[in-house]
Design a protein around this ligand. Sequence first.
Ligand code: CAA
Length: 240
Amino acid sequence: MARTALVTGGTRGIGRAIAIALKDDGHKVAAVYHGNEEAAHAFEREVSIPTFKFDVADFAACESALKRIEQEIGPVDVLVNNAGITRDVQLHKMTPAQWNEVIATDLTSCFNMCRLVINGMRERNFGRIINISSINGQKGQFGQTNYSAAKAGILGFTKALAQESAAKGITVNAVAPGYIATDMVAAVSKDILARIVAQIPVGRLGHAEEIAQVVQFLASDKAAFITGSTITANGGQYVV
Ligand code: CAA
């Protein structure tokens, strides 16, 4: 069934693949971006998915953007909280700004977006919320106390909201990708990345499409009995 889907961080990397996959499934998709204007315009031209620019860490900005999105595209049935940033540095050198930026963009954004769509989903008795966590929220990662905390926080948030929402036809799940070939992973130094890839049993980075396919399934009617779950897709790097 065709629905309205919103993907944050939806114009690049994993989010881009998710937006395209949901469009392929026949959904009306809107993609949110914040920083990279050029990539967003190229994305919109290439795949004809409308884009909306706002900061998912800012509740007021989310609120006004969602009003516009719901007017132009429709009430959000499928929300994919994918937007995320890294500020990798060991804790003994981390600034409060590096901590706060990651928590706000990667975790508080889930509160902001879910808070703003949940009542509509409850009224319509249907919703699919998919939160993109990370292997590094599951296992912790050297240099990522901020990111690991935010991504682990997403898992608790997902389980709690799943319980609150189950009786209203809304499923809430998390996906925990491993190291996927995106700009974010490419920012890790070559030496360190080679060491990380050596720890992945399948012997390679994942493809964004391999995460998008998991989201496609969780967003579908077939996944109605799955809620509060974390689906891990990491090439065997960390077996939960
Ligand atoms: N475990 C234990 N020790 C480690 C370590 C690890 N994983 N990584 C580094 N060290 C050690 C180093 O060997 C080094 O020790 P020596 O001085 O004795 O040789 C010491 O810690 C300092 O290491 P660095 O030189 O790397 O430290 P730095 O301060 O220059 O850099 C860093 C720190 C920027 C965090 C860098 O280590 C780094 O980029 N690490 C990778 C972090 C990472 O995996 N980020 C993931 C980004 S992608 C993503 O987040 C998407 C996703 O969801 C998967």
